[in-house]
Ligand binder design. Structure first.
Ligand code: ADP
Ligand code: MG
Length: 236
């Protein structure tokens, strides 16, 4: 295993801080770890999509982001890359517990996110897991204690927060709400509120949505801090 030198982290952190928000059009131009850059390259991702170009530099700098872009615009990498990078620069390791929580409306979408995470996170040493039900609560409970990055559905995660002894999110660095409009359409507003109430207030939050609705902006107002709003508008 490669040692994460303080020097390497300081150098990358400097590059992130100095990075011009509008400068990136290729992944190779972003200030990323070798691990992420290598995996992106192996997966043949070269050019950033519009939402990625706008959201990733802000998220790397630790800002809260409210992102709106239609389905198929590449929102998954727009949050997974900052999750991997920000945890890496924080020298996150197994003992630190859950560092990032990614909430998705359905099991199917959560599984898709997890598959992308496995692909672009494969050179990293973080532990990641799916918490979506479908297996015994006990199995998920045991695994949860070892996860650094959790991809979950709202109902199942809340069930764990209520029932899993010793589960704590006090170290949590990042919360991602993906497909927030769908989460709300599915009637998960109260579940989300209860879930977020269990998380530390000092954290980074990324909220992505395909549509901008009143309920999404209500949620954003309550769960994001001084967010940067990025939208990609369709051209006819
Ligand atoms: P969204 O969540 O906005 O609906 P996804 O993240 O699921 O979009 O991405 C849609 C498709 O685009 C996926 O097949 C994904 O692999 C592909 N994709 C994402 N980013 C890029 C990119 N920068 N270059 C090429 N393809 C990409
Ligand atoms: Mg998506």
């Amino acid at each position: 295993k490669r040692k994460r030198g303080e020097e390497e982290i300081a150098k990358l952190s400097g590059a992130v801080a100095a990075f011009d928000l509008k400068a990136a059009s290729l992944f190779s131009e972003l200030p990323l770890t070798r691990q992420t850059a290598m995996a992106l390259d192996k997966s043949h991702f070269k050019t950033l999509t519009d939402i990625q170009r706008k959201a990733i530099p802000l998220a790397l700098k630790g800002r809260d982001v409210l992102g709106a872009a239609k389905t198929g615009s590449g929102k998954t990498l727009a949050f997974l890359i900052p999750v991997l990078e920000n945890l890496w620069r924080a020298q996150w390791n197994t003992l630190d517990g859950v560092g990032a929580l990614i909430i998705s409306p359905t099991r199917e979408l959560a599984t898709q996110i997890f598959d992308v995470l496995r692909k672009i996170g494969r050179e990293h040493t973080f532990s990641a897991g799916l918490v979506i039900g479908g297996k015994k609560l006990k199995e998920e409970q045991d695994a949860l204690h070892r996860m650094n990055i959790v991809v979950c559905t709202p109902g199942r995660m809340l069930q764990h927060m209520d029932q899993t002894v010793g589960l704590n999110f006090e170290n949590l660095q990042m919360l991602v709400l993906d497909e927030a409009d769908r989460i709300l359409d599915m009637g998960f507003r109260k579940t989300l509120d209860a879930l977020i109430a269990n998380l530390p207030k000092e954290r980074q939050t990324l909220l992505f949505s395909a549509t901008q609705t009143k309920s999404v902006s209500d949620l954003a107002r309550l769960s994001l801090k001084d967010p940067e709003y990025v939208a990609v508008h369709e051209t006819a």
